[in-house]
Design a protein around this ligand. Structure first.
Ligand SMILES: [Zn+2]
Length: 409
């Protein structure tokens, strides 16, 4: 029997993860492997139950084309999103769907206790029977802030400053008897980009910008298929681009006139309250979705603050587009819920401030992955890193379910 190269398995599993239902011809085209290698590896994966044949497509010439997908229950991945206000946990199956979820609010201003991470993971794993438990391959964590070369994380929202995250994860994993679970980490903007590239609207794009807005605004950048990191891991701090040098509005960073002062959701709400003489005096009673709803109902003040934010975002993006020449720009986070209002204005502004050759055909979209974006990205990270590790790849391709094995032989 010919040997099956690990790289064939990696390439094929990756195509199946990204595209779900795929024909043999599509696998050959996407991986660039030769047809004999694909058939050989597919036969092995079907035999192990890692991949399932899910049906046949009739093609024009009358020939049947087999359709394959990953056996969703062949492997599980733990995904953790250290969002800042809360931690989200999910157990994902091998096709990136959430099987179980758990979330925990964090005390504002209190440093996050790493024990909470393992307690949350244990809560997810409690739902699994022994067989499913044995199929948990790895965990992925999406983190905010900056991780330095010594493995220390500085993240304002988690109240961590040079917190020895890697050392703490190792120590607490031993304490919670989870040392056997490999953990992979990735900055949140990169996990968001991976989620969009693998499962969202950036599929097939090699160059893109993902603008996400929550408390602040940042962009994830990928160029020629690779995430852009920067010297200090700080590429993409677009929220602190000066959008109005004459502005009196002070940003959280200490400067004046930053994009965030106009376009972050909390600042959109703040401007609405400040400009509404008879309106609510308390910004905390309003959510960004309320402002969008008022704008849809033609409330003049809501329309004006939303328009101001959209113009600022479009202006900031036009600079990034001129520098980086992306084929897609995605709006994600809480501003995505106002896509019907924001996207046309952002697009118009980009058109005004960039060369036609840069903006013609440029796709501008809102993310469809919602709140699960980083969880999906963290699971995709665990999947990707597990493929790269020979021992974990072997685990992913070990016999999954006896009945699938029997059916495929
Ligand atoms: Zn700023």
């Amino acid at each position: 029997m010919r040997k099956i190269a690990d790289q064939w398995l990696r390439d094929i599993l990756l195509v199946l993860y990204q595209h779900r239902n795929v024909t043999r011809a599509e696998i050959i085209a996407d991986t660039g492997l030769n047809p004999a290698s694909v058939s050989h590896a597919l036969r092995f994966l079907l035999g192990q139950g890692t991949v399932l044949k899910v049906g046949d497509l009739a093609s024009d010439g009358g020939r049947k084309r087999e359709v394959f997908n990953l056996n969703a229950e062949a492997a599980y991945f733990v995904a953790v999103d250290l969002e800042g206000q809360r931690i989200r946990f999910a157990l994902m199956n091998s096709v990136g769907d959430v099987r179980y979820r758990w979330e925990e609010d964090l005390e504002r201003g209190e440093p996050l206790d790493v024990n909470k991470l393992f307690v949350g993971v244990a809560k997810l794993l409690r739902n699994l029977d022994a067989r499913q438990h044995s199929r948990v391959v790895a965990a992925g964590i999406s983190y905010p802030g900056l991780l330095d070369a010594q493995g220390r994380l500085t993240a304002v929202n988690l109240a961590w400053r040079k917190f020895p995250l890697l050392a703490e994860l190792r120590a607490k994993a031993r304490l919670h008897k989870m040392s056997g679970l490999p953990i992979f980490l990735e900055p949140d903007r990169h996990s968001s980009v991976f989620a969009e590239r693998w499962l969202g609207c950036a599929k097939g794009h090699q160059n893109g910008l993902l603008l996400f807005s929550e408390r602040g605004i940042g962009i994830g950048v990928f160029l020629d298929g690779k995430p852009v990191v920067g010297w200090r891991n700080m590429a993409g701090e677009i929220g602190h681009i000066t959008i109005d040098p004459d502005s009196e509005e002070q940003c959280g960073c200490g400067k004046r006139g930053c994009l965030e002062t106009v376009a972050s959701s909390s600042n959109i709400i703040r401007q609405y309250v400040a400009e509404s003489p008879q309106g609510p005096r308390d910004a905390s009673s309003l959510r960004i979705t309320d402002i969008f709803e008022k704008a849809r109902q033609k409330d003049a003040i809501a329309l004006a603050v939303v328009e101001r934010a959209a113009k600022a975002i479009g202006m900031a993006l036009s600079h990034a587009i001129s520098l980086l020449n992306p084929s897609i720009v995605i709006l994600a986070g809480d501003l995505a819920s106002g896509e019907d209002l924001l996207l046309p204005l952002v697009e118009k502004e980009i058109g005004r401030h960039t060369l036609a050759d840069l903006s013609d055909g440029l796709q501008i979209k809102a993310s469809g992955l919602g709140l699960d974006m980083r969880l999906k990205g963290a699971a995709a990270l665990a999947f990707r890193q597990s493929l790269a590790d020979p021992a974990l790849l072997k685990k992913m391709c070990s016999p999954a379910l006896a009945r699938h094995k029997a059916a495929a032989v």
